[in-house]
Ligand binder design. Structure first.
Ligand code: M6R
Length: 502
């Protein structure tokens, strides 16, 4: 928290105040300890309080002065309530009589309550232990809040005996996928029918979710002959000329709060496109913004590194692509096969081997990951997982690109993960592995069968179009054990936040 000059007023802030320089000029003479935009805000509120003697009005006035995407929560010794204001970043109030709460993330509230109010932009709340009063910035009239019940349990947001959330969430995947195969068929069919009607379809997302979107591109093309254009959230605007009233913008997000994804959806709406979201957090900004939402039903994902939400999105995209060709029964079987394959990966012996492997590679400088076809997004996702939790440089490549430059990076004993599933990519990706091996690289093969090119072999049973799920789980585990072997906390990687709201 940041304090005002008196030390009586404290503020927490999520976001970036774009016009902080200009606002800073208004508080000359105030005692600032640091150089953050947040501190300027608390002193501005202090200044307003001398004029109004009303904490809510003072916060409202200052929140209105700010530009950018922000959320502020303020407490003052002389006032028996908190004030929370939202101009972009997420804010959710947990209703727990006698002990109301406010947070940026619903998962953090679940051990106290599942009754919540999501604040909209330009709303401000006065939160006392027993009462919540909501207003818009533009009026002093009370607004009736929409209270939502989140159907996640407190236990699902706990570590359940695992040492880290990341590992627990990796282990959640068989159950999540089985549930999707059983319960999401109807929604997948509806989405397929919207896709079939659209002139063009964009799958918009960031980070791990964008790799799920890329996997979707391959699934839709190969299962249904349907083009789906993956677009990174921050790049979506540049497709402007192609987005219109007959476009479908399919947004993918775990949190539903990723600013680039949200802005893409708003942008698509402004062009008259239909918007559908695959989102994990019920009531999140994306859920509220989209014309239609399919909840991933993966349960709370708390580790910064996204794992089960990736699998849930890919499974849903597989069902949807299959629905376009009336092949849902086959997709359901494939997802169930993937569930069995993942259970084997999560068995104690397999995990022991992965842990040992990670410990042997914990000091390497770089790890490369190769895949072709749908294993290319798997390679990108594997690399992201390794980078973000172990801080080892990792790059995923389309194996065919090796000879176009990447191979220059291979030196003696460079570890190279190779996805070699039982599909049309097998022999070509093995050729890539041979090229790497010929230059001294070490091959860690992830495949349904051993191959003489593999220095290490990580089996993943074939599950047709769903094989990517097991393959990525192996990489998730490897990333996790690399982080642990290096003495790092995989749940809290440096410089990263769970929801990228700015
Ligand atoms: O909540 P979202 O799925 O929209 O998040 C998108 C990315 O910020 C997220 O996937 C990020 O890349 C993760 N840290 C990856 O593990």
């Amino acid at each position: 928290p940041h304090f005002d000059c008196s030390g009586k007023l404290a503020l927490i802030h999520n976001g970036i105040v774009d016009n902080y320089e200009e606002l800073g000029k208004k508080i000359r003479g105030h005692k600032l300890l640091g150089q953050t935009d947040s501190e300027i805000i608390v002193h501005l509120i202090e200044r307003e309080l001398t004029k109004t003697q009303n904490l809510l009005s003072a916060v409202k006035k200052v929140a209105k002065m700010t530009t950018g995407f922000n959320a502020f929560v303020v407490i003052h010794q002389d006032y028996p309530y908190l004030v929370a204001a939202k101009t972009g970043s997420p804010l959710v109030i947990g209703l727990n009589p006698g002990n109301n709460l406010v947070s940026s993330d619903v998962a953090s509230l679940l051990s106290h309550t599942n009754k919540v109010i999501f604040l909209e932009d330009n709303q401000i709340a006065r939160i006392s232990p027993d009462e919540v009063r909501l207003e818009n910035f533009s009026s002093v009239r009370e607004i009736k809040p929409l209270v939502q019940t989140i159907n996640w349990t407190a236990k699902s947001a706990s570590k359940s005996g695992f040492p880290h959330f990341m590992l627990k969430e990796i282990y959640d995947q068989p159950a999540v996928l089985a549930k999707i195969a059983e319960s999401k068929v109807k929604e997948a069919r509806q989405l397929a029918s919207s896709i079939a009607k659209a002139k063009n379809v964009f799958a918009v997302a960031c980070g791990t979710a964008s790799y799920a979107a890329l996997a979707g591109q391959y699934l839709f093309a190969c299962i249904a002959g349907q083009q789906v254009i993956p677009a990174i959230g921050s790049e979506f605007y540049y497709y402007d000329g192609a987005i219109g009233t007959r476009s479908l913008c399919l947004a993918l997000s775990q949190s539903g709060e990723t600013i680039d994804t949200l802005q893409s959806v708003s942008f698509a709406k402004s062009r008259g496109a239909k918007t559908v979201s695959l989102v994990n957090v019920q009531g999140s900004s994306l859920d509220r913004l989209s014309d239609q939402t399919i909840l991933l039903a993966a349960g709370p994902e708390k580790a910064v590194a996204s794992t089960k939400a990736f699998s849930a999105k890919v499974a849903l995209l597989l069902l949807t692509a299959s629905a376009l060709k009336r092949k849902i029964p086959r997709a359901v079987i494939e997802i169930k096969q993937a569930v069995r394959a993942i259970r084997k990966i999560l068995s104690p012996d397999y995990q022991k081997y992965l842990k040992k492997l990670a410990s042997g590679f914990k000091h390497v400088h770089s790890i490369f990951i190769l895949g072709r076809g749908i294993s290319y997004p798997a390679a990108l996702e594997a690399a992201l997982k390794i980078k973000e939790v172990s801080y080892i440089h990792a790059e995923g490549f389309a194996a065919g690109e090796l000879k176009h430059g990447v191979i220059a990076l291979i030196s003696q004993r460079t570890p190279c993960l190779v996805f070699a599933p039982n599909d049309e990519t097998y022999s070509d990706v093995i050729s890539g592995a041979m090229e790497v091996k010929a230059r001294g690289g070490l091959i860690i093969g992830i495949s349904h069968k051993p191959n003489p090119q593999f220095d290490y072999y990580l089996p993943v049973a074939d599950s047709g179009n769903a094989t990517i799920l097991g393959n990525v789980v192996v990489a998730q585990c490897l990333a996790y054990y690399l982080a642990v072997a290096r003495g790092l906390d995989p749940d809290m990687p440096r410089n990263l936040a769970k929801s990228v709201t700015v």
